[in-house]
Design a protein around this ligand. Structure first.
Ligand code: CTP
Ligand code: MG
Length: 395
């Protein structure tokens, strides 16, 4: 947005993160949990800091949550001023307003934003700031109600409520600073307010309704993380990777293939147990993750992998997948050899691979083909394997 020319002299933003997030559950308050790979609070703070109109940002956190809050902020973001919150949302807002009022340069206007709303599209912010800048005392983003609304009592429907005059209220909410302070001062201590606009209105001021944005939805329940990510085009995505490997056959060696030992006159030769099928699978999964190949993680020059069972490599990539908040959706393996015949061992391989990867066997396909006597596999000099892995990344 272009630099404003109106009534805003200095705009401060207050981000509220002092709630306990009880309805969302989890091992820490919702604002410190991740959505699409980054914390809810880190995203909320960042999106307001990126607005050129915002001169300073105050972050309100619960007592004892300072470390969690700082950890939740994005690495390259400017460090906001931290203020201790209160028991209710309105108490948290009040302590930030007091802090701003004490500062050498109090703002002329202020935005109040729920730290539990990770996404603030810049055009929604621009709409609010424009209304404020043109002289309004207060502006709030709202969404129309799409569903039919009905009163209910005792499990029975009552009258239908006209929905065209009803709106869902979001944040950030925008105010003249002095007016919001006065509204907080005048509000009865024992009355709970779920937002700030109702306090300003109670003082007799007009609050302008501005078009909100569904991408600004609040995280309230556990299922909202996935839903709000999807609303912002950051839902889960699928990635695929392929792998290919070859090992030489030698008479008298044990044959490890697809995680099981197969009775055969020849076995595969290599640095580890030379399970060519697992090696192709490991490379496919690493490919889907974009994390190099098997040789990067398990260099053949490293003596600790001599004779190593290949399921260890597969366990390693399984853990890499988990660390990326991803899941293996499907793997498809093709083993290329004249002998042994793979069909009789297929289900045992699938069960074993499923066990190592901690996924359902029906997510694992094992196929086999010969090369009609052609090439090194046709001459039974070695076995080749190809794999494709599909992983789902994100919530
Ligand atoms: N908030 C706050 N101080 C409080 C209570 C709430 O700063 N004492 C903040 C929350 O961190 C959140 C916003 O106000 O960003 C909206 O509140 P809500 O969605 O109710 O969050 P929580 O109170 O944390 O959640 P819950 O009510 O489920 O416990
Ligand atoms: Mg609450």
């Amino acid at each position: 947005m272009a630099p404003h020319m109106g009534t805003i002299e200095r705009l401060a933003a207050i981000v509220l993160a002092a709630g306990k997030g009880e309805r969302a559950g989890g091992n820490r308050p919702k604002q410190f949990q991740r959505i699409a790979g980054r914390t809810v609070l880190g995203r909320a703070v960042r999106s307001l800091q990126q607005a050129s109109e915002v001169a300073e940002l105050i972050l309100v956190v619960g007592w004892g949550d300072e470390a969690l809050a700082l950890e939740a902020l994005e690495d390259d973001a400017p460090r906001p001023r931290l203020v201790g919150g209160g028991a209710r949302r309105q108490d948290s807002v009040a302590s930030a307003l007091d802090e701003l009022a004490r500062s050498a340069t109090p703002p002329s206007h202020v935005l109040i934003h729920d730290g539990a709303r990770p996404f603030v599209p810049s055009d929604a912010l621009d709409r609010l700031v424009a209304v404020l800048d043109s002289g309004a005392v207060a502006a709030i983003p709202v969404l129309p109600v799409a569903d039919t609304l009905v009163r209910g009592a005792g499990g029975m429907a009552g009258e239908v409520v006209q929905r065209d005059t009803l709106f869902r209220v979001q944040t950030p909410q925008a105010f003249r600073f002095d007016t919001l302070r006065a509204a907080h001062a005048a509000w009865p201590q024992d009355r709970t307010a779920t937002d700030d606009a109702q306090m300003v209105r109670a003082l007799g001021h007009e609050v302008v309704l501005v078009a909100g944005d569904q991408r600004m939805e609040k995280i309230t329940l556990a299922e909202d993380f996935a839903r709000v990510a999807v609303l912002n085009g950051m839902g889960p995505e699928f990635r695929t990777g392929m792998g290919y490997d070859v090992h030489r056959l030698e008479e008298g060696l044990p044959l490890w293939l697809g995680g099981i030992e197969v009775a055969h006159s020849h076995g595969l030769e290599g640095h580890s147990d030379a399970d060519v099928a697992i090696h192709a699978l490991v490379d496919a999964i690493l490919g889907a993750l974009g994390e190099g190949d098997i040789g990067v993680h398990f260099p053949p020059s490293d003596p600790q992998w001599r004779g190593a069972p290949s399921f260890r490599f597969l366990e390693f990539v399984r853990d890499r997948v988990a660390a990326r908040n991803a899941r293996i959706t499907h793997v498809d393996l093709t083993i290329i050899c004249e002998a042994p015949r793979i069909g009789p061992h297929r289900d045992r391989m699938r069960a074993r691979l499923a066990d190592i990867l901690s996924i359902d066997p029906d997510r694992i396909s094992v196929k086999a083909t010969t090369t009609e006597g052609l090439g090194f596999t046709g001459r039974r000099e070695g076995i080749a394997a190809q794999a494709i892995a599909t992983i789902r990344v994100g919530d």
